[in-house]
Write a protein that binds this ligand. Structure first.
Ligand code: ADP
Ligand code: MG
Length: 453
């Protein structure tokens, strides 16, 4: 067993901030080194959702940092305080999860989808979301009793998903063994169709009807899916008869979701329906500051109000602007200033620097190859003729630049990191399976890498 030098954690975090800024979050400060045993450095993480995030996306980066700081060949393992105690007592890491935690693990699987970035701590309240925010707190305090169902609606990028994640994490903090089911409506529909196809409806029903809390994001996607609506109606009734909390989000009010059965509309409206509206100028400023803090970005005084004045559509765009500014500053190795922010947001073509291609160069090569317009690529259009080249851009950006998923998403019209992850994975799979696409992508890559040489 090795004791840590004072300042060990700070050294670890400094390394990460320097070399892996994109994964860093303000709450990394709460991660606590336990001990090094048998070449394994255990880091204790108290919040389950943070633990999952670190286990899923940060092991390599932390391992690299730990090796650099200690000059020892060790690996990092993130553990809960309970697991850490067990290891200390037993003197060895358990080979696999023991049976008592297996059932709980299957519920935790669903919570893997929760982002540690989306908590109440990071949710900025303003006139546009005050009611939804207050109601969310009430639901956390009294699941199943305050407002049931709790229905949040509002436009794209206004914080519905963020609030749902915050509720889930608040509830899990109060009651860690809660059977909390968080799922997107599309995933619910996929699982349903899969169950029907495989003749496993009993499993499907058991899974959803035994939850203590059921949270479904983007429920408006039920529109026009009659068969799923029918099944969901029964799930809803089963849960609400047991007094279980149901929480839904949607881009429209219950009565405004097209082609939704009347009996669902009336059930959705039976509890509290809260609208989230666009944020005010002041709220936008606070949000930018809070995001910058979370990502460890130093913003000069005048930037938040500049960005807030420029972007008044939704918060995802606001965040996209911030990642774009940071991306621009990293790509050009310049400190963030008002001038740089203007260049990043007002589309001055960046000069090529270093060896890695710029995002701009990737876009140029892809738009030329597929003969699509730049504006269309950066727009929200989902048509295949646009979506595919856009996904290829993201794939190439991931392969050939050091930008994070978030930065890439920000650059491509404010898409979130899961969209980018999905795009990269999909193109990667397709390229392997489809020789034509493979050769197209190779063509573009040659064009891209041959530039400026
Ligand atoms: P929606 O689900 O309504 O489309 P999201 O919840 O995905 O929107 O929000 C988009 C982005 O904006 C997320 O990164 C989220 O953290 C951020 N965001 C939205 N509302 C707020 C808020 N009030 N405070 C801080 N961040 C917010
Ligand atoms: Mg959402």
């Amino acid at each position: 067993m090795a004791k840590f030098e004072p300042g060990f954690r700070d050294a670890l975090l400094d390394y990460l901030r320097k070399h892996h800024a994109d994964i860093c979050r303000h709450w990394f400060d709460d991660v606590e080194p336990s001990e090094i045993r048998d070449g394994v450095l255990r880091l204790i993480v108290r919040e389950p959702v943070q633990l999952r995030y670190l286990q899923r996306s940060c092991v390599t980066q932390f391992t690299e940092a730990a090796q650099s700081v200690t000059s020892r060949l060790l690996v990092v393992r993130f553990v809960s305080p309970e697991e850490d105690l067990k290891v200390t007592a037993r003197g060895a890491l358990p080979a696999s999860a023991d049976s008592e935690s297996t059932e709980r693990a299957s519920w935790l699987d669903e919570q893997m989808l929760l982002s540690p970035d989306y908590t109440f701590d990071t949710f900025v309240m303003g006139p546009g979301n005050r009611l939804a925010h207050a109601a969310a707190h009430a639901v956390v305090a009294q699941p199943g009793r305050a407002y049931n169902p709790f229905f949040i609606h509002g436009g794209v990028g206004l914080g519905k998903t963020h609030l749902l994640h915050a509720i889930c994490q608040g509830m899990l903090r109060n009651q860690p063994t809660l059977r909390l089911c968080y799922i997107s409506c599309n995933a619910f529909m996929d699982l349903f169709h899969e169950a029907v196809r495989a003749g496993r409806m009993t499993d499907f029903r058991n899974r959803f009807r035994t939850a203590d809390v059921m949270v479904i994001d983007d429920i408006h996607f039920l529109s026009r899916h009659e068969q799923t609506q029918e099944e969901f109606f029964h799930t809803f009734n089963a849960l609400s008869q047991l007094g279980k909390q149901i929480i839904l989000s949607s881009d429209a009010a219950p009565s405004e979701i097209p082609d939704l059965e009347e009996r669902l509309t009336s059930r959705f409206s039976a509890g509290l329906v809260a609208l989230i509206e666009r944020p005010s100028f002041e709220t936008r400023i606070s949000i930018i500051k809070s995001k910058a803090l979370m990502h460890g970005i130093d913003l000069p005084e005048e930037i938040p109000s500049y960005v807030a004045a420029k972007i008044d559509t939704n918060i995802r765009e606001l965040e996209g602007a911030l990642t774009r500014i940071r991306g621009y500053s990293m790509a050009h190795n310049l400190p963030i200033s008002l001038e740089l922010a203007k260049m990043a947001l007002e589309g001055e073509p960046p000069a090529r620097g270093g060896n890695a291609p710029s995002l701009q160069a990737i876009i140029e090569c892809v738009t030329r190859f597929y003969d699509v317009k730049l504006a269309a690529l950066l727009s929200k259009k989902r048509h295949k003729s646009i979506a595919m080249p856009r996904q290829i851009c993201m794939y190439l950006a991931r392969r050939h630049t050091r930008f994070s998923l978030e930065e890439i998403g920000g650059y491509f019209g404010g898409r979130d990191h899961t969209t980018v992850m999905h795009a990269v994975k999909m193109i990667d799979e397709k390229v392997r399976a489809d020789a034509k696409l493979q050769s197209e992508v190779q063509h573009i890559e040659q064009d891209l890498l041959g530039r400026g040489k």
